[in-house]
Write a protein that binds this ligand. Structure first.
Ligand code: NDP
Length: 246
């Protein structure tokens, strides 16, 4: 598969989970990938080596998504190093759960900083480098549409915010043929939401397909949006949730 040959992608939060699967997938389609991470340096470097061993090109960059200056600097450095930037994937995210009457302001602010503000910051930085036809793809959540358990108010809010953000950004960047979309997964088996947790069975009870999704399944939808066939898709939330919101 050579659909993304010659293109350069930055994955904000690419060291683990859905972001890591996306880095692998985009690299397998020919893109050069830059993996942004905050805490998981070892995982990020291991992923770089894995992609290189498979014949791809990859680098890892430490960039805390909550730090706007660091994130912007990382994106600028990717564009400088590879001479271009075509695809931005925002996968960095945190899940802080708790009832609204006990939820700390610190957790609220961290949720907003990483799940929302970093998407805005990274998009702004990346759009400066993108040529016509660039791609901005965020990992939203089915929880933007359905929040059927307690304790998820701040998380659901953060993912709903992305729904509005991509609609507005799609308008702003449409003249440049840059598309902006959310991929909105349901439960996906990662460190954030392991398929073998006690909570998993309850989640499956809410779904048409009673299983966790795989990070690779989400990465395939990201790859579709990144590719040339998706040039007419923008401002959208693409659900991939096993019928969680159905
Ligand atoms: P994981 O917990 O497996 O991975 C989270 C990733 O985000 C890691 O690579 C982590 O990097 C990165 N990250 C977290 N905080 C920061 C930060 N401050 N700066 C930079 N990177 C950061 O989660 P998932 O892969 O499951 O989640 C990815 C996205 O998908 C999130 O936005 C999440 O909300 C969303 N999502 C997940 C679902 C699920 O069921 N798993 C369902 C719906 C949406 P590091 O370790 O280096 O800090």
């Amino acid at each position: 598969n050579t659909k993304l040959n010659g293109q350069v992608a930055f994955i904000n939060g690419g060291s683990r989970g859905i972001g890591a699967a996306t880095a692998r997938r985009l690299a397998s389609e020919g893109a050069k990938v830059a993996i942004g991470y905050a805490a998981s340096a070892i995982a990020a470097e291991a992923l770089v080596e894995e992609i290189k061993a498979a014949g791809g090109e990859a680098i890892a960059l430490k960039a805390d998504a909550a730090d706007a200056a660091a994130l912007t600097k990382a994106i600028d450095s990717v564009a400088e190093r590879f001479g271009r930037l075509d695809i931005l994937v925002n996968s960095a995210g945190v899940l802080a759960l708790g009832p609204v009457d006990q939820f700390s302001l610190e957790d609220f602010d961290r949720t907003v900083a990483i799940n929302v503000r970093s998407v805005f910051v990274a998009s702004q930085a990346a759009a400066k480098h993108m040529k016509d036809g660039g791609r901005i793809i965020n990992i939203g959540s089915t929880n933007a549409q359905r929040m059927p358990f307690e304790g998820g108010a701040a998380y659901a809010m953060s993912k709903s915010a992305l729904t509005g953000l991509v609609k507005g950004m799609a308008r702003d960047l449409g003249a440049r043929k840059i598309t902006v979309n959310n991929v909105a997964p349901g439960p996906v088996d990662t460190d954030m939401n392991p398929a073998d947790s006690d909570f998993a069975t309850a989640l499956h009870g809410l779904m048409a397909l009673k299983r966790h999704g795989k990070a690779e399944e989400v990465a395939a939808m990201v790859a579709y949006l990144a590719g040339p066939e998706a040039a007419f898709v923008t401002g959208a939330d693409l659900l991939i949730d096993g019928g969680f919101a159905a």
